[in-house]
Design a protein around this ligand. Structure first.
Ligand SMILES: Cc1cc2nc3c(=O)[nH]c(=O)nc-3n(C[C@H](O)[C@H](O)[C@H](O)COP(=O)(O)OP(=O)(O)OC[C@H]3O[C@@H](n4cnc5c(N)ncnc54)[C@H](O)[C@@H]3O)c2cc1C
Length: 493
C-alpha cells in the first residue's frame, strides 16, 4: 500500500531541490510536495558553507570563463551567460527577501569585491585583453583594471605585502561581487517551505528505488533510518536533486535518457585561516590562473568568507581523489556506477584525461609545506601555523557518450529529463549553486509544459524574476534597472 501520495517528490535537501520547491510552491501553492533527505540535517552535503567556496559566480574574477582562442581572440560568451544566470538568482533572492520569505540578506549574502590577480608578462597581457573586452559590455562596465602596485596594494593588501617589485602584475576589481553562504540560504528557504500547508520534509530517509507505473506516476521507496522500514511514495513528478547521489538514482530510474552517463568524483580541500590579525586585512575574493593541466574548478583563490556570520579566510581548492560520490557517501560509489551502457565512455574519458589523473595524484600527495608554498604565491607573508586544512565537498564530474571519441569528461552541470516530463535529475557541479535558479527554471520549462505557458504562471515568473523571457545580455536598459534594484535589496551596494 502506498503511504504517501504527492504531486512532487524531491530527493535531497540541497540548494537545487530547495529552489525548485520554492519556485513550484510560488507558482501553485496547492501542490503537495515531499522532500526526502538521507542525512539528519538539511543542506549538509555540497551546499553547506564550508563544502563550497561560496563565490557568487558572475564571471567577474574567474579567468577560465574567458578562454583565448587559437586565433588569439578572446571568447567572452561564457562569462556573459554565467553573469546573466547569476543575476537571475539574485533577482529571485531579492524577491524572496522583499516578500519576507528570507531573512536579512547579510545572513546569507555579503558584498565581497571580486578581483583577479596575475603576474608575469603573458598573464598581464591576458588580463589587459580580458578587461578591455569585458568592460565594453554593459554587464561588466564597472570592472576596474590596474597595473599600478599602489592601487593594487589598496585593493588586496595581503597579496602585495613583500611582493617582488620587479615582477609585472595586474588586477581587475568589481566592487559588488558576492560571497554567498549557500547552506544558510537553503536552510532558510526550507524552513519557509515548512510553514506552507502542502510541504513535508523527511530527514533521515534514503531513497532506495524508483519505478514508473503504467499510469506514468512514479513509485518511490525510501528507507526510514529510525524504524529501518521502507516507506512507499507515489508522485506525479520526481526531481533527483541528490547531488553526487543523483547519478545512481537516475540509473535506477531506467529512463532511456539516463543511458551512457557516468561520473568521475573529484574531492577538494581548503587551507583555512582563523588568525584575526590576518583575516582583518583581506575583504575580497582574489582569483588567479589555474596551473597547466589543472581542471577548471582548481583555479586558486584567496577569499574572505562569511559563514554563519563569522569572517574567515580560505585558500584553495586543493583537488583530491576518492571513489565516493558524496562527502558522506560510500567508497563503492564509483564502482557501483559502472554499467554496461557507460563502461565504454567512462574508460575512454579516463584514457583521454591522463593530464587530470596526473594532476590529481600530485595534489593528493602534497605536504602542508607544499600547500603553504602554493599559498605564498598569492600571499608572500603566509605563515604555515596560521592555516589548517579543511575538507570541502565532493564534485561528480559528468562523463557522457560522445560521437567520435566515444566518451568525454565535462565540467559543467546538466539537466537530464524524461521525455514525458515526469522525472528530472541534475548532474555535475559547476558553476553550481550560483546558477541554481536558472537551472530549476529550465526543469520547470522542460517538465511542466502544460502549465508553464499559462498566463498565471507566466505572470508569477515575471513577478519573481523581472528579466524572465528577456535577455540581460542584449537589453542594457533592463539589465541596469534589474541590477540597481537587487544590489539595493540584497545590500551589495
Ligand atoms: C569544492 C567545491 C566548491 C564549490 N564552489 C562553489 C562556488 O564557489 N560557487 C557555487 O556557486 N558553487 C560552488 N560549488 C558547487 C555547489 O556547491 C553545488 O553545485 C551545489 O551545492 C549542489 O547542490 P545540490 O542541491 O545539487 O546538491 P547537494 O547540496 O549535495 O545536496 C544533495 C542532497 O541529496 C541528499 N541525497 C543524496 N542521495 C540521496 C538519497 N538516495 N536519498 C535521499 N537524499 C539523498 C544528500 O544527502 C544531500 O543533502 C562548489 C562545489 C564544491 C564541491
Amino acid at each position: 500500500m502506498v503511504e504517501n501520495k504527492v504531486d512532487i517528490l524531491l530527493v535531497g535537501s540541497g540548494i537545487m531541490s530547495a529552489t525548485l520547491a520554492t519556485l513550484l510552491n510560488q507558482l501553485d501553492p496547492s501542490l503537495k510536495i515531499a522532500m526526502i533527505e538521507r542525512l539528519d540535517q538539511v543542506a549538509h552535503e555540497s551546499t553547506d558553507g564550508w563544502n563550497n567556496a561560496g563565490t557568487g559566480h558572475a564571471g567577474y574574477c574567474e579567468l577560465n570563463y574567458t578562454p583565448l582562442q587559437t586565433s588569439g581572440s578572446m571568447d567572452i560568451s561564457r562569462a556573459l551567460a554565467i553573469n546573466a544566470s547569476f543575476e537571475t538568482s539574485l533577482q529571485f533572492w531579492s524577491f524572496l527577501t522583499e516578500q519576507q520569505r528570507l531573512p536579512k540578506p547579510g545572513e546569507f549574502i555579503n558584498r565581497t569585491p571580486h578581483q583577479s590577480f596575475v603576474w608575469g608578462e603573458a598573464d598581464v597581457a591576458f588580463l589587459r585583453k580580458r578587461h578591455k573586452k569585458l568592460s565594453g559590455h554593459h554587464l561588466f562596465a564597472d570592472m576596474q583594471y590596474s597595473e599600478d602596485p599602489h592601487v593594487i596594494s589598496k585593493w588586496m593588501p595581503l597579496v602585495m605585502q613583500q611582493r617582488d617589485a620587479s615582477q609585472p602584475i595586474a588586477a581587475t576589481r568589481v566592487e559588488y561581487g558576492a560571497d554567498v553562504d549557500f547552506g544558510t540560504l537553503t536552510r532558510h528557504m526550507i524552513s519557509t517551505l515548512q510553514r506552507q500547508p502542502g510541504f513535508e520534509l523527511l530527514l533521515g530517509h534514503t531513497v532506495k528505488s524508483l519505478k514508473q507505473a503504467k499510469t506514468g506516476r512514479w513509485h518511490v521507496r525510501a528507507l526510514d533510518h529510525t524504524t529501518r522500514r521502507l516507506k512507499k511514495f507515489e508522485a506525479g513528478f520526481v526531481f533527483l536533486g541528490a547531488g553526487g547521489g543523483a547519478l545512481p538514482l537516475l540509473q535506477k530510474s531506467g529512463i532511456p535518457e539516463s543511458k551512457g552517463y557516468g561520473g568521475f568524483p573529484v574531492s577538494g580541500q581548503w587551507l583555512v585561516c582563523n588568525n584575526p590579525e590576518v583575516v582583518n586585512q583581506h575583504d575580497s575574493k582574489v582569483y588567479g590562473k589555474a596551473a597547466l593541466g589543472a581542471p577548471p574548478m582548481s583555479v586558486p583563490h584567496l577569499d574572505m568568507r562569511i559563514i554563519a556570520g563569522k569572517p574567515t579566510l580560505l585558500f584553495g581548492p586543493y583537488a583530491g581523489f576518492t571513489t565516493k560520490f558524496q562527502k558522506k557517501g560510500s567508497f563503492f560509489d564509483l564502482v557501483a556506477s559502472v554499467k554496461s551502457n557507460n563502461l565504454k565512455p567512462m574508460m575512454l574519458a579516463g584514457l583521454g584525461n591522463m593530464d587530470l589523473t596526473r594532476y590529481l595524484i600530485g595534489e593528493v600527495f602534497q605536504s602542508h609545506k607544499e600547500r603553504v608554498a602554493a599559498l605564498s604565491k598569492f600571499y608572500p607573508q603566509a605563515h604555515a601555523k596560521d592555516w589548517t586544512l579543511a575538507a570541502a565537498g565532493q564534485r561528480v564530474q559528468i562523463i557522457k557518450t560522445c560521437g567520435k571519441k566515444g566518451g568525454k569528461l565535462e565540467f559543467g552541470t546538466e539537466i537530464v529529463a524524461a521525455k514525458d516530463g515526469t522525472l528530472a535529475a541534475l548532474l555535475g557541479a559547476s558553476p553550481g549553486a550560483s546558477t541554481s535558479v536558472q537551472a530549476m527554471i529550465e526543469v520547470i520549462e522542460r517538465c511542466f509544459t502544460a502549465r508553464i505557458d499559462s498566463g498565471d504562471w507566466q505572470a508569477k515568473l515575471e513577478a519573481m524574476i523581472p528579466s524572465y523571457k528577456h535577455s540581460l545580455i542584449d537589453d542594457a536598459e533592463l539589465a541596469g534597472t534589474v541590477r540597481k534594484r537587487m544590489l539595493n535589496t540584497l545590500g551589495l551596494n
